[in-house]
Design a protein around this ligand. Sequence first.
Ligand code: FAD
Length: 407
Amino acid sequence: MNFTLPPEIEAVRDMVSRFMQNEVVPVMEEYEKRQEFPRELIRKAGEAGLYGAVFPESVGGSNMGYMASAVIIEEMARHEVRFTSCNNQQGGTCPTCIYLGGTPEQVRKYVPNLVAGKTIGMMSLSESGSGSDAAGAMKTFARRDGDVYRINGEKMWASIANETDVGILFAKTDRDAGAKGVTAFIVEPKKYPGFTARPIDMLGMSKSFRTCVISLDDFVVPVENRLGEEGEGFKIIMRALQPGRLNVAAKCLGLAQACFEDAVRYANERTVRGQPIGKFQMIQSDIAEMASAIEASRGLVYRTAYSMDNALPSNRIAAIAKYHASQTAKMCADKTQQIFGGYGLASEFRASRLRVYADMLYNGEGSANIQRIIIAEDALGYKVADRHHGKTRLRDVRQTDVAAVAE
Ligand SMILES: Cc1cc2nc3c(=O)[nH]c(=O)nc-3n(C[C@H](O)[C@H](O)[C@H](O)COP(=O)(O)OP(=O)(O)OC[C@H]3O[C@@H](n4cnc5c(N)ncnc54)[C@H](O)[C@@H]3O)c2cc1C
C-alpha cells in the first residue's frame, strides 16, 4: 500500500495553490464588497483546468481522475472556500448529470463550456418541501406541449441560479410514479421565458455567490433538452451524487485545514499572561484533536477517490468520507473560532465565516443524518450501500473512450 500521492498530483496541488494565491485570494473580498459574481475568475479557473479533472479530453477535461479532483477542491477550499461555491455547477453535479445521462450532442454542446468556465451552471433539485426526500415530495411539474415542456412550480436553494446560463433542473412528469416520475432537463434560463431566480438572504454567506429561490411560470424547455427519458431523472442524480459527496468531503477537508492553519498561527502569535496561548495545554488539546481528525478525514477522502478511480464499489466509503470530513470541518471551525476568542467574531478574520460554511457543508449533498443512515443500514444488513455498483446503463463519467461521445 502506498500512502504518497503521485508527483503529477502534487504538481497539480502546487498549481492550484498558486492560482488561488495569485488570482483569487487578493480580489475575492472586493467582489464580496461589490456583491459581484466573479464570472471572469471562474473563466480563468476553467482555463487553468480546475473543473475538468474527471472528464475526458474529448469534452475539455484533463482525465486526471477523482484523486486529482479531490486534491484540487481541497486546495481551493483551503485558500478561499467561498470561491468553491460554484465547483458543483462547473465541474461537479451539473456537468456530471449531462455527461452521465445526455445524448452525445447534448454532451458536446454543454459540457465543454461548463468545465471551461465559459458558461455558468446550476443544479436544481431541492424544493421548499423536498430536501432529503427529494423525489417523494417534489411538486414542480413539467407538462409536454408539442415540441416543448412547460414547467411550473418553485425550486429552493439553487446555488447561483441568478447567474446561470445552462443548468440541470428536475421536475415531475408523472405525479403518481414517485422517484420514477422525476425527469431531468437541461435548462437555459436566459434563452427562454418563465424563469425568475431570487437570492435568499443568508447570514454569513457569500454576497457574490448567491443561493436562490426559482419561480417557474410556464418556463419553456425544448423537448430536445430533456436529459434521458421521462422518469430517468432520479437515476441520473443518484449516480451524480456519489462524486458529489466526494467533492463536498474534499471541500470540508480544505476548510478544516484552513481552520487548523489559522488556529496554529494565532495560537503562536497571541500572548496572554506573557506567553503564547499555544503554551496552554487546553489550547494544545484542541490543536491535537484538529490535527488527528484532519489526518483521518484526508485518509478517507483519498481512499474514496482511489476507489472511484479504480471503479471499485464506492458508495459506502463516499458516505463515510463525507460524514467524517463534514464533522471534522464543523469541529475545526468551532475550535478555531474559540481559539480566536473575541476576534473569532470579527469579519476581518476568516475564522468568523468558516463556521457558517462548515454548517452548510454538513447538510449539503445529503445531510449528515442521511450519510449515517446509508452507513448504518449497510452495517446492519438492511440495505447494501453499494447495491447498484456496476448495474447502471449510464455512461461512466471517467471513461476515456472518445468514441462514446462522438458516436
Ligand atoms: C447554501 C446552500 C446551497 C444549496 N445549494 C443547492 C443547490 O445548488 N441545488 C439543490 O438542489 N439544493 C441545494 N441546497 C439544498 C440542500 O441540498 C438541502 O438543504 C439538503 O438536501 C437538506 O434538505 P433540507 O434543507 O430540506 O432538510 P430536510 O430534508 O428537511 O431535513 C431536515 C433535518 O432532518 C434530517 N432528516 C431528514 N430525513 C431524515 C431521516 N430519514 N432520518 C433522520 N433525520 C432525517 C436532516 O438530516 C436534517 O437535519 C443548498 C442548501 C444550502 C443551505
